[in-house]
Structures are given as structure tokens and as C-alpha cells.
Design a protein around this ligand. Structure first.
Ligand code: ADP
Length: 446
């Protein structure tokens, strides 16, 4: 380009010299023309690059030769590199925020004035915030729990704060960490379930200890008596009978505790192991008849012809618990009946009805809690552990079924075990093979 301008200046200089015959004038005009031309071309190129920079730089920078071309190319490359870095950074930030968003823990960022900069869905839920509307709001105006405000403002964050959940009766564990210049990261964790299970475990251990200590105390008293008092043979026999009762009570308790532990620790019952219900009922009836010893009218063996899918020992334990409870909580002369009914859709229910003491409405929702008893002394007198119905509930849950309880004080109770259709079949259908039963055949007795 410089060469072109010099050449053009030279041609103009030669033309002027030829026209005027003055050498110096031709040289001067030639040089000036060449320089002006070079400056003009530079100005046009510079302006083109400037226009490109002023625009949105969607298209390429002007592809000139020489200095301007190189400058344009380098500027464009630097800008493209920067754009790529910004896009990558934004993408990484988005991925990072989505990961925090997916966290079950609440994450809340506060600036140095306690304004909310960002919060994830869990934090919004924990603190009853609106993640969009409440941005830039002061957190202490929105979460007014005095304990939270005091904790945030005291600045001593070594220990977490345990706080009632803003949206309900749950409990949150809150941790605050400082970062940057006065910024704070607030982490919230819903610990309702953890606290509940810790309390349950504590109660459970306390209950078990109490249940075991009572017969042990009685036993050690008897041992002391046998040791220190000269008893007659009759008296000794009576003491031994009582000792035997206490030992049996402990044995039953340990057996029930083991059953519960096994229920919790073992895998869900397979859906293709079929157990004949009528066989279970025959065994349950034999035990119940022995327990009742003719004191009740019993109808415990309906011929159902049904098979249930599950674990035989668990199903037996569930039904036996209901039937023995009916015997134990029904005064002499009362009636106890077991019935089976197929329901719409192929599910079925086994019902144990008695005409016994009945249970007041307020106790019913708590009956399946471990060691919950309506009348502790009656339960213990009749050999109860307070674990029977919680075993029944567990067994039913594991078998995809349900325990339902209805009762009227003074009239009697109705305990129903409802089994899902997939776990019920007529014994006659078993000849078709398990696949047929699994093929979704609707089983019914009509
Ligand atoms: P327990 O060993 O005390 O019988 P369960 O868990 O089997 O423990 O039952 C819990 C409580 O429910 C019993 O203590 C009793 O008060 C009440 N209950 C259970 N079955 C019956 C029933 N058929 N009639 C009246 N009350 C019952």
C-alpha cells in the first residue's frame, strides 16, 4: 500500500515536472501527494476497524493487509477468546447453581447487610421464602423467629442453631459460615425425621429396659425369699409358679423384640411365595382355643381357599396377634370371629371381630406404637408385651397391605388386614402356575 502511494506520488511528481518544467515543484507535489494518499488510506482502514468495534462484532473484523489488518485480527481473536471464557464461566455457574438447587439442604447467600442474594428451593421452603420476590430483601424482615435473628446477629456460628421450621411443625438445623467481605452462607437442614427417630430410639430403649427390669425385680425378690425364708413345699411351689410366669413374660418380650428386629432387617417378602391362608387359620385357632380354654365362643376357621403371597411366619404372627388379642381383651362368654372377604379389584381382607372391651377413639391411632397400651395392667396380666399390634402393622406394610382398626368401647373391636390384589389368589388358580397369576388375572370369588 505504501509502495502504491509512493508510486502514485511519483507519477504525479513526474507529471507536474513535465507540465511545469520545475524539478523541485514536481518532487514536492509528488511527495505530498504520496503522503496524503497514505494517510487517507490509513484513515479509511482505521475507521473501518473502529466501526466494527463500535458494532456488535458478530461478523469478522475487516480483513486488511498490513498493520491495520493485523490489529483487527488480534483484537477479534482476543474478543472471541474472552466471549468463550465468559460463556464457559456462565455455563459452569449455571451448572453449579443447579447442583445446589438440587440439594435437599437449604442454601441461602446473604450480603453484608443481611439481604438475600440467592437461595435454593429447599431454603425457600424451610424459611417460607419466595426465591424470586424476596431477593434483595433483608432476611430478618422475612424470618422473624427471635432465635434466628439473635443467632444471625450474634456472629457466633460455631454451634448450629436448632429452630422450628417456618412452614410447619418440623425442626431445622441451621449453620452459618462467613465468606468474602461480610457475606454469609446460611445452610439449613430439616432434622425433623432424625430427631423423631432419635426420640423413638431413646423411648424404645427406656421402654425395653423398664419391661425387662420389672420381671427381673420380681424374680430377684422371689430368689431372695427362697434363699432366706424356710418355706413349706406348698409355698415353694407357689413361688416357683410365679417365677415361671415372670420368666415366660421375659421370654415373650424377647421373642417379640426379635421378631420386630427381624422385620426391620430383612428384605421385602417375595411376591411369588404362596401361603395357604386356611392352614394358617387352623394353627392360629388351635392356639386361641387353648388360650380361651372354653371361655369364649370362637369361629376362627372360615374356609377361604385363598393363598397369600408372603412369608408364612410373618403372616402367621400377624393373624395370631390379632386373634390372641381378641381372646385376651374379650370377657368370658364373648364371641370372636374370623372372616375372609374378596374385595373389588382382587384385593382381600381378613377380619377379626370380637365382642370385647373395645377401645376408646383417642387410643386407636396410637395402638400400633411400640409398647402403647390402653390398659397396662390388663395387658400385662394377660401376658401382653405391648408390641403385638406394632408387629402386625410392620408385617402388613412389608406385604404391601394395611391394618385397619374400628372399635366401640363396651361393644367390641374389628381388626382388618387388607391385602393387595397382587398378593391374593384362589388356591385353585395356583394350578395355572405363578406366571398366570402374575399376568394380571383379576381374581374373584363371584
Ligand atoms: P398388648 O401386648 O398390650 O396386647 P398390642 O400391641 O397387641 O399389645 O395391643 C396394644 C393395645 O391395644 C393393648 O394393650 C390393648 O389395650 C389394645 N387392644 C388390642 N387388641 C384389642 C382388642 N381386641 N380389644 C380391645 N383392646 C385391644
Amino acid at each position: 500500500m505504501a509502495l502504491g502511494a509512493a508510486l502514485f506520488g511519483f507519477v504525479i511528481g513526474v507529471a507536474v515536472r513535465t507540465a511545469t518544467g520545475i524539478d523541485s515543484l514536481g518532487l514536492g507535489i509528488g511527495v505530498v501527494t504520496g503522503v496524503v494518499l497514505m494517510l487517507l488510506v490509513d484513515a479509511v482502514r482505521g475507521n473501518r476497524l473502529l466501526n466494527w468495534l463500535r458494532g456488535n462484532q458478530q461478523d469478522n473484523a475487516p480483513r486488511d493487509t498490513g498493520l491495520w489488518g493485523e490489529l483487527g485480527y488480534r483484537v477479534e481473536r482476543a474478543m472471541r477468546d474472552r466471549d468463550r471464557a465468559v460463556t464457559r464461566g456462565r455455563l459452569e455457574l449455571e451448572q453449579f447453581l443447579s447442583a445446589i438447587e438440587a440439594s435437599p439442604n437449604g442454601v441461602l447467600l446473604l450480603d453484608s447487610h443481611e439481604h438475600i442474594i440467592w437461595c435454593n428451593g429447599a431454603a425457600a421452603d424451610h424459611f417460607a421464602l419466595d426465591p424470586q420476590r424476596d431477593l434483595q430483601q433483608r432476611i430478618t424482615n422475612l424470618v422473624r423467629a427471635p432465635a434466628f435473628v439473635a443467632y444471625l446477629q450474634a456472629g457466633r456460628y460455631a454451634e448450629p442453631l436448632v429452630l422450628g421450621n417456618g412452614r410447619g411443625p418440623g425442626t431445622l438445623s441451621i449453620i452459618v459460615r462467613e465468606y468474602g467481605e461480610g457475606m454469609r452462607l446460611v445452610l439449613s437442614l430439616d432434622v425433623t425425621e432424625r430427631l423423631r427417630s432419635e426420640a423413638m430410639r431413646r423411648d424404645f430403649v427406656a421402654n425395653v429396659s423398664h419391661e425387662i427390669r420389672t420381671p427381673l425385680t420380681v424374680l430377684s425378690g422371689f430368689i431372695e425369699t427362697l434363699h432366706s425364708l424356710p418355706l413349706t413345699a406348698v409355698e415353694r411351689d407357689r413361688v416357683l409358679v410365679l417365677m415361671n410366669q415372670q420368666t415366660q413374660r421375659m421370654q415373650t418380650l424377647v421373642a417379640d423384640l426379635l421378631t420386630l428386629a427381624q422385620l426391620e432387617g430383612s428384605p421385602r417378602p417375595a411376591p411369588d411365595r404362596w401361603v395357604a391362608l386356611d392352614n394358617l387359620l387352623v394353627r392360629v385357632a388351635a392356639d386361641a382355643e387353648a388360650l380361651s380354654a372354653g371361655r369364649h365362643r370362637l369361629r376362627l376357621k372360615p374356609e377361604t381357599g385363598v393363598e397369600l403371597a408372603g412369608i408364612e411366619s410373618e403372616l402367621l404372627s400377624a393373624i395370631a396377634n390379632l386373634v390372641t388379642n381378641a381372646v385376651r381383651y374379650t370377657p368370658d362368654g364373648g364371641e370372636i370371629e374370623v372372616t375372609w372377604r374378596l374385595l373389588d379389584g382382587g384385593s382381600g381382607e381378613l377380619t377379626v371381630v370380637d365382642t370385647g372391651l373395645g377401645i376408646a377413639r383417642e387410643h386407636i391411632p396410637r395402638l400400633t406404637e411400640r409398647f402403647y397400651r390402653v390398659d397396662g395392667s390388663r395387658s400385662r396380666e394377660t401376658g401382653g408385651t405391648g408390641l403385638g399390634l406394632s408387629i402386625v402393622k410392620h408385617v402388613m406394610q412389608r406385604h404391601g397391605g394395611e391394618l385397619m382398626i374400628q372399635s366401640d368401647v363396651g361393644k367390641g373391636s374389628r381388626f382388618r388386614l387388607v391385602f393387595a390384589a397382587a398378593r391374593v389368589r384362589q388356591a385353585s388358580d395356583s394350578a395355572l402356575g405363578d406366571e398366570a397369576a402374575f399376568g394380571g388375572a383379576v381374581l374373584s370369588d363371584h
